[in-house]
Design a protein around this ligand. Structure first.
Ligand code: NIG
Ligand code: FE
Length: 391
């Protein structure tokens, strides 16, 4: 089965994207075949549709962009923390310790409850244009529950991250090194077969740099690739550690030092900014303009989780990045698609070129600029994932 999408007013390809350009073609067409992009070019020279069964879609001169690549989420959990959010809006401060209340709810949930909730989130993301999502464990914090969480995540995405070192669970209070022993021992044994990535929350109130190093090195020894939560609540050594260990990404980076920025700029480590977190915790937005100008590769992701950021909307994150972080609409869109792909070390997504996965979003808008220009408006009209169309 082939699909020809024609009459595309603006096609954002991300091919040869450079600075403020994201490989835009006008009056374009795209041919999808067997779940992959087969052809991209001017609508006037689109391949003929006779001969083979081809569905023809008229984009109505609207914009098409690559599907969003949300490279940071915590989608397997139970309960919510709306009361905590409400208190924060009334002046309370966000603290990493809130994670423990979600751990209690998640441990108490059945596998089916977790699966149903997870699948609901994946549908919610897809409806908003997210065609790839990375999912972390980290609300189990015991061997059996963490194993269950990575297994559930693996049912819906290949981008599974083992985050047993999210916080120290209550039963290990004051014994954090012993908890790290468990994470890098029995828990890693149980989880590594289902995961691609290893993560740690390297932050005051979570894990020290030395503990984080033990976690990441143990993961690397098992074939997992590191990605690190760091500098979310204050500056710390997590960024330097991540760069030293060749992490694919450091995530948050709300409080970066000049040395962190130089280290990131000189490395292959992507900086994944999570504006939903600053929004929901009332922290200052990072200055993405300064980071990009310094040569840092920036991705944008939602960090969907019940504590620090309960949005699953990449357009919402793009709008904040443009409005409050100094990114141009093209840079923000690149960061939410190709940037996410870079953070996941994937070259088959986040880009519209022959051979790539047919993950596309048709916007109810003439250009990608509307994603930031019309915040809060559901502009995602249609989504193709692996060539399959939703809805
Ligand atoms: O990415 N930083 C650590 N983990 C999550 C927060 C999780 C929570 O508050 O439940 C985050 O912000
Ligand atoms: Fe996170």
């Amino acid at each position: 089965m082939r699909t020809l999408i024609s009459n595309i007013g603006e096609l954002v390809t991300n091919v040869d994207a450079d600075g403020d350009q994201c490989g835009i073609l006008r009056d374009a067409a795209v041919l999808i075949e067997d779940g992959r992009i087969a052809w991209v070019g001017p609508a006037a020279s689109a391949p003929t549709t006779h001969g083979q069964e081809t569905e023809v879609v008229d984009a109505g001169a609207r914009a098409i962009i690559p599907g969003f690549v949300d490279s940071h989420s915590h989608l397997v959990f139970a309960g919510d923390r709306a009361a905590e959010f409400e208190a924060r809006m009334a002046g309370e401060k966000y603290a990493a310790g809130g994670i423990r209340s979600t751990v209690a709810a998640t441990r108490a949930a059945t596998e089916d409850e977790l699966r149903t909730r997870l699948r609901g989130f994946v549908d919610e993301l897809l409806a908003q244009g997210t065609t790839t999502v990375e999912i972390k464990s980290g609300y189990g914090l015991d061997v059996n529950t963490e194993e269950r969480l990575v297994q559930l995540a693996a049912e819906v995405t290949p981008e599974v991250t083992f985050l047993g070192a999210h916080v120290v669970p209550a039963e290990y209070a004051d014994r954090s090194d012993e908890y790290v022993d468990l994470v890098i021992g029995e828990m890693l044994d149980a989880c590594a077969p289902h995961a691609r990535w290893i993560d740690v929350f390297c932050e005051t109130g979570a894990f020290t740099v030395e503990q984080s190093r033990r976690v990441l090195e143990a993961g690397i020894a098992r074939g997992l690739v590191p990605r690190v939560h760091a500098s979310q609540l204050g500056p710390g050594g997590g960024v330097q550690l991540a760069v030293e260990l060749g992490a694919a990404s450091i995530d948050h980076g709300t409080y970066l030092t000049d040395d962190d920025i130089s280290a990131l700029a000189a490395s292959d480590t992507v900086l994944t900014l999570l504006p939903g977190v600053e929004f929901s915790t009332r922290q200052p937005y990072p200055d993405a303009r300064r980071l990009i100008d310094a040569g840092v590769t920036v991705a944008l992701a939602c960090d969907t989780n019940p504590g620090s950021s309960f949005t699953s909307s990449m357009p919402f994150c793009i709008a904040i990045a443009v409005r409050d972080m100094g990114m141009t609409p093209a840079e923000a869109l690149w960061a939410a698609t190709a940037g996410g792909a870079r953070a996941l070390r994937r070259n088959d997504i986040g880009i519209i070129r022959p051979g790539a996965r047919a993950d596309l979003v048709l916007l109810n808008a003439p250009t990608h600029v509307h994603l930031a220009y019309r915040p809060g408006v559901p502009l995602v009209r249609q989504v193709w994932k692996d060539g399959e169309r939703y809805p």
